[in-house]
Design a binder for this molecule. Structure first.
Ligand code: SF4
Ligand code: SF4
Length: 341
């Protein structure tokens, strides 16, 4: 039996569910309103937080500060869609002394000042250290920008310096342009004269982006990506994700499971069994050529349209394999249903 060592996670994100108020074209996890509302149960919430307590490292400036690749963040989907659960998660994390906690939001819930202040203050009082507010033209298709502005303004009142705006350049740009409402991507491109959108929005061409943003990128034959490493590395101890279905996901790789987070101790101590998880064997080795030939043996044929990134090729191979067999490492299955829509 061959086993691969899995590093102990020292930071990461907890997906409370994949359900979202938006269906952004660049979403790594293919979230949308169409997902079932399978919110993490309170029992699972307590279990996963207990497993992570004592392992999660604080931000470089201390446990009451936040930083993207440190601490623990609550995410989804849109976590504010189930505010009660979010508060509960924050309280549990606080009781378990998990440092540098923050919530990631698209601000769609931020309809008026009073309600926003009330909810953000409640979270702060429950022990949340900060917030990450998402801003770019893909969110702006779904979220009126005035809600984003409100969320940032009131978050700064409540959390002070512990407010991360990602990407700040787009926040400033939208303000300059006087945008207030939702804005289709094509209208934004026309308004901003932004012909090089693909180069300016910082994103990984994976998940739904690899399906819905292809037109902005040049495609290449599969072999171009055979020897390219995953960036960031597939196995790492920082910024991994844990979902409401029990999956321990490597980095940002939606639809890939290293195993059940309930088995985190065993995965880190003994490693993951590769003979039983053939797709993981190739992914862990970052061997796209091997995965291509593995899928080819099941009947996969190279796309004549080419591939815009290594992750695009990887996703195409995984989508095909999901249609051919029951690979436990390719979960949650619903990701593969929603990644094209
Ligand atoms: S990127 Fe964020 S806001 Fe957009 S669909 Fe995904 S989870 Fe929702
Ligand atoms: S190529 Fe596959 S395994 Fe590697 S980062 Fe992209 S999606 Fe993840």
């Amino acid at each position: 039996m061959t086993k691969a060592h899995i590093p102990w996670p020292v930071s990461g994100g907890l997906l409370l569910s994949y359900k979202c108020s938006a269906a952004c074209r660049h979403c790594m996890y293919a979230c949308s309103p169409r997902w079932k509302g399978d919110w993490i149960t309170k029992e699972d919430l307590f279990q996963v937080l207990s497993l992570l307590a004592g392992r999660i490292q604080p931000g470089p400036w201390g446990e009451q500060t936040v930083s993207l690749n440190y601490g623990l963040h609550f995410t989804g989907g849109e976590p504010f869609l189930n505010f009660e659960l979010l508060v509960e998660a924050v309280q549990m994390a606080e009781e378990l002394r998990i440092p540098s906690t923050f919530v990631e939001t698209n601000c769609s819930w931020c309809g008026d000042d009073e309600m926003a202040r009330e909810q953000l203050t409640l979270l702060k009082e429950a022990g949340l250290q900060g917030i990450l507010v998402s801003v770019n033209p893909f969110y702006a298709e779904y979220v009126p920008f005035e809600r984003t502005e409100r969320c940032i303004r009131i978050s700064r009142e409540v959390f002070g310096v512990n407010v991360m705006v990602y990407q700040l350049a787009y926040y400033n740009r939208f303000r300059q342009l006087g945008i207030k409402e939702r804005l289709p991507l094509e209208d934004y491109v026309a308004l901003a004269g932004d012909e090089r959108l693909a180069e300016q929005v910082e994103l990984f061409l994976m998940g739904r982006a690899a399906r819905q943003l292809r037109e902005f990128y040049r495609a290449y034959p599969a072999r171009r990506f055979f020897h390219e490493p995953c960036q960031p590395p597939f196995l790492r101890n920082w910024h991994n994700h844990f979902d409401n279905y029990g999956n321990f996901m490597p980095g940002y790789c939606g639809g890939v499971s290293l195993g059940q987070w309930k088995d985190l101790d065993a995965l880190a101590r003994e490693g993951v069994e590769l003979d039983e998880h053939p797709v993981l064997r190739f992914l862990i080795a970052e061997d796209m050529r091997g995965l291509f030939h593995f899928a080819h043996d099941f009947g996969y044929r190279e796309s004549q349209d080419g591939y815009v990134s290594k992750c695009d090729l990887c996703l195409d191979l995984r989508e095909f394999l999901v249609s051919k067999g029951d690979f436990q490492e390719l979960n949650p299955r619903e990701f593969y249903t929603h990644v094209r829509t």
